[in-house]
Design a protein around this ligand. Structure first.
Ligand code: MN
Length: 254
């Protein structure tokens, strides 16, 4: 089995090394193509207005001066001589739950894999920001990664479907199990813009430092993580609100 790994935290991200350790439990045919620098929050952006540079670090290890989507596109179209059987994106440093996924470079890299018709899984390690600094414990991801991937290897994936996995912020032996759950939602209405002054006296703004309000609806990824479970959520690229189609059609006399 040929596996492509990527990670929106960059080619040197600790979570990418964790993912490689997980992936090598399944195969030695591992290819890595990741952004040269951190691209968290890049979403599904594609670099269109500047060239993208490709750097080879090893026989099957590459970095791209672009986004996570650029990296997967480069891997599939330029780097690899045959398509992978599996794309794994992560293990991200931090959660990708609820509405986060539209911002997520980690999930978007898996979306790019799914668009190319490759079985794709995004993996993220939730962590507590308080007192952790840069030190993210990936123990839950390391211990549970293969357990959550193995049943997905031969599961039927519908077209344009991918899977989003999050590991709870717990030591591996305190993880409660795995739950298949739907995507939850956050309340982003509270302000999360922090204003400051740079050393030259100019104003700057920084997004996303405040804790987001969680809405722990039953059966959601947010609830599963809150209760100490690994969350597994199948996602589809069709964003159509099918139940609203009829009502909107009525407005246009259709
Ligand atoms: Mn990230």
């Amino acid at each position: 089995m040929r596996i492509l790994l990527t990670n929106d935290d960059g080619i040197y991200a600790p979570g990418l090394a964790v993912l490689e350790e997980i992936a090598r439990q399944f195969s030695d045919d591992i290819w890595i193509c990741a952004p040269s620098e951190e691209q968290s929050g890049a979403g599904h952006s594609l670099t269109l207005n500047s060239p993208v540079r490709l750097r080879q670090h090893d026989e099957r290890r590459f970095s791209v001066s672009g986004t996570p989507t650029d990296s997967v596109m480069m891997a599939l179209r330029e780097v690899m001589d045959a398509p992978p059987d599996l794309v794994l994106s992560g293990v991200n440093r931090g959660a990708n739950l609820g509405d986060d996924i539209t911002y997520s470079g980690t999930v978007s890299a898996a979306i790019e894999g799914a668009l190319a018709g490759v079985r794709s899984i995004a993996l993220s390690q939730v962590y507590s920001r308080e007192g952790m600094g840069d030190d993210v414990p990936f123990g839950a991801a390391l211990a549970w990664g293969a357990k959550v991937i193995a049943p997905l290897l031969d599961a039927p994936f519908a077209d344009r479907t991918l899977v989003n996995v999050n590991f709870p912020a717990l030591p591996a032996d305190q993880v409660q199990g795995i739950r298949v759950v739907r995507q939850g939602f956050h309340d982003y209405s509270r302000g999360s813009v922090v204003e400051g002054r740079d050393p030259r006296g100019y104003r700057y703004f920084w997004f996303g430092l405040h804790a987001i309000e969680h809405t722990l609806d039953h059966g959601t990824d947010l609830e599963a993580i809150d209760e100490g479970y690994v969350s597994v959520t199948p996602l589809q690229l069709d964003l159509t609100n099918h139940s609203a189609l009829g009502e909107f059609a009525d407005r246009f006399g259709q």
